[in-house]
Design a protein around this ligand. Structure first.
Ligand code: MG
Ligand code: MG
Length: 628
């Protein structure tokens, strides 16, 4: 599998783009004419620069408004083609993309277009280059790959082939199985892009909201299965127009791009075992069995404050690390929650503390096979992470997450880490909190797609459609990643500005991070009562909320009063009920949540988010005031 990416997909100057693309492991680039025109070197210099990075130019594009033109535009189009062919020779590439004509002057007719392309093929042969023809979804006459293929077929010229672009086919919901009827050697290049499913104008959708395969909602796997079935074995080239990417980090966008391609082809290979698809060998996506631990980095005094809050939630200091300044807080023996607090003056936790202040710097996931997880993560370009081990410590595989945090993987064989590395510090009683229900990670919106791909490509998880959460100061996009077995639930929140609570949290904590941790209670009213007795202060919810709740849901008598007394929010879906309450925010906006799901409730209390956010904002000291 040869991987390629269009220079237009990422930000930066041409030099910076090429460096990022090469570092991410791509084989080639599509040179976009605008990137080339903005560069202050000659075509030959650009070609040299590309090859110096170990890359090839897979495609030069775009060549617009060519086929079906009346004279004199037709002759002018051929003159333009000659100049572009000269340029391609200097650049050192042999393939140009001709996209279907959008000009109002264009004349229709498959045969007319085929004749024009055949003549262009003769010209291309003189220059020793090839022409690929692509149907734009909004072309004047040609907007379907089946018509484009028919034109290429009738042009019947060795130097003229078809270019497929997943966006143009999938955005128009064209049956992908029609691709299977095209001979693979007549497809000159395949361009790939995903996109969120939004009803909007095709041109705008394509130019601004494309994203990497797996980040959006289009059936890319089905598309690639059909392409693979043709025997096509040329480059797979990302062509992603996305405003966020153009403002993002070239390095991270390029890594995402390569990860998306390898992940996509790995999925296709598993569904089409009969086809020889060259993809790096790796284990299949890994089953997650739960959150094994959450590790906080803190300095001693703040660790004391965190411990005080944990104690009011029924946690006790249950074990101490034998060699390090690391402790574990737990509920009773029936609970699977491990809260690790790391006050080491060295290593990841310390550097994380220095940058972010007290924060959840690492999460440990319980997986079916830790070694296989790391092998897959590496094959997908994730950065392994290892701290120096002291005598008697286990080697727990880990990778760097998106915001500089770390994700550890623990399987059954490694789960004795708690006995091997820790010594018991005392019994834990608990407040009936059984497990981690979900983690909420907050990030800049631009980073959200990176996280999505990170989780869904490595672990057996899937994502929900994106929803908007209204913060009084702006919009926060929220998307859920869940393992198929429900053992891992993550809510990812992308903030677009720092005036939202989520945006404030990012600004104050210098980057994306775990913003809240939700624990599952077996009986939320009992947990609330126990925590109240331990001195826990819940986030206070407006009385108006509870009055409205009774009207909305027609609750059983007395329930609204019980909810209000404990500041418990309520939601219901077609399967069941959801009860949840929150801690006050700690530090710069981190908080805990306690939830109880009854029946098969599948959500996260989304309708209550505005009330929670309003309550948190009321509880925050005014700007400029010292915090209590
Ligand atoms: Mg395209
Ligand atoms: Mg939540």
């Amino acid at each position: 599998m040869k991987t390629s990416i269009a220079t237009v997909s990422i930000s930066g100057g041409l030099r910076e783009k090429l460096a990022a693309i090469a570092a991410a492991g791509f084989d080639g680039v599509e040179i976009f004419e605008t990137d080339f025109l903005a560069f202050d070197g000659s075509p030959a210099e650009v070609g040299r620069m590309v090859r110096d990075h170990g890359l090839e130019i897979t495609l030069f594009q775009p060549f617009r408004d060519f086929e079906g033109m009346p004279e004199p535009q037709r002759s002018r189009a051929f003159d333009r083609a000659r100049r572009k062919f000269d340029l391609m020779k200097e650049l050192g590439t042999d393939l140009i993309l001709v996209c279907s004509n959008v000009s109002p002057a264009a004349l229709g007719g498959i045969d007319r277009a085929a004749a024009d392309l055949r003549e262009l093929g003769d010209l291309a042969a003189d220059w020793g280059v090839r022409v690929g023809y692509e149907a734009l979804a909004w072309g004047r006459h040609i907007r379907d790959h089946r018509d484009a293929w028919e034109i290429v077929r009738r042009a019947d010229h060795a130097n003229v082939g078809l270019i497929l672009d997943s966006f143009h086919t999938l955005a128009r919901r064209i049956d992908v199985d029609t691709i299977r009827a095209i001979p693979g050697d007549r497809i000159f290049i395949v361009q790939l892009a995903d996109a969120p499913l939004i009803e909007m104008d095709l041109l705008h959708w394509s130019r601004h909201l494309r994203n990497m395969p797996g980040q959006g909602d289009l059936p890319l796997v089905a598309f690639m299965r059909a392409v693979a079935a043709t025997g096509y074995d040329g480059p797979l080239s990302l062509e992603i127009f996305n405003d966020q990417f153009r403002g993002g980090s070239p390095k991270s966008i390029a890594v995402d791009g390569r990860r998306s391609l390898v992940n996509l082809m790995d999925r296709v290979r598993r569904l089409e075992p009969g086809l020889a698809i060259a993809v790096p060998d790796m284990p299949d996506r890994i089953e997650v069995r739960g959150v094994e631990f959450i590790e906080f980095a803190a300095e001693a005094r703040e660790a004391g404050q965190l411990g005080t809050v944990l104690a009011t939630m029924g946690f006790s200091l249950a074990a101490r690390h034998r060699n390090r300044d690391v402790v574990v807080w737990r509920q009773g023996p029936a609970s699977g929650i491990n809260i690790v607090v790391n006050t080491s003056r060295r290593g990841l936790a310390h550097s994380s503390y220095v940058v972010h202040g007290t924060n959840a710097c690492a999460i440990g996931l319980r997986v079916a096979d830790a070694g296989a997880t790391i092998a897959r993560a590496r094959a997908l370009g994730a950065e392994p992470f290892a701290e120096q081990r002291l005598a008697g410590e286990l080697s727990i595989p880990a990778i760097r997450g998106v915001g500089g945090g770390v994700v550890y993987f623990i399987d059954d064989a490694l789960a004795n880490v708690w006995d091997v590395e820790f010594e018991p510090a005392g019994p834990a009683a608990g407040a009936g909190l059984a497990a981690v229900d979900h983690l909420a990670q907050t990030m800049n919106y631009a980073e959200m797609l990176t996280w999505l791909l990170f989780y869904t490509s490595i672990l057996r998880t899937s994502k929900s459609p994106m929803v908007d959460v209204v913060d009084p100061a702006g919009l926060v996009r929220s998307q859920v990643v869940e393992s198929d077995n429900g053992a891992l639930r993550l809510t990812l929140n992308g903030a677009e500005n720092r005036n939202t609570l989520a945006g404030h949290f990012i600004a104050e904590s210098f980057g994306s991070s775990v913003q809240h941790i939700a624990f599952a209670a077996t009986d939320i009213f009992a947990s609330a009562a126990r925590m109240d007795a331990l001195g826990f202060t819940p986030l206070e919810i407006s009385p108006n909320y509870f009055a409205d709740l009774d009207a909305r849901f027609d609750l059983e008598p007395g329930l609204a009063r019980r909810l209000q007394a404990a500041n418990i929010l309520y939601d219901r879906d077609q399967n069941g009920e959801f009860f949840h309450f929150y801690s006050r925010t700690l530090g710069e906006g981190f908080f805990f949540e306690i939830v109880e799901r009854r029946g098969g409730y599948a959500g996260y209390g989304g309708p209550n988010a505005p009330f929670r956010i309003a309550a948190q904002k009321r509880a925050m000291p005014p700007a400029g005031m010292p915090r209590a």
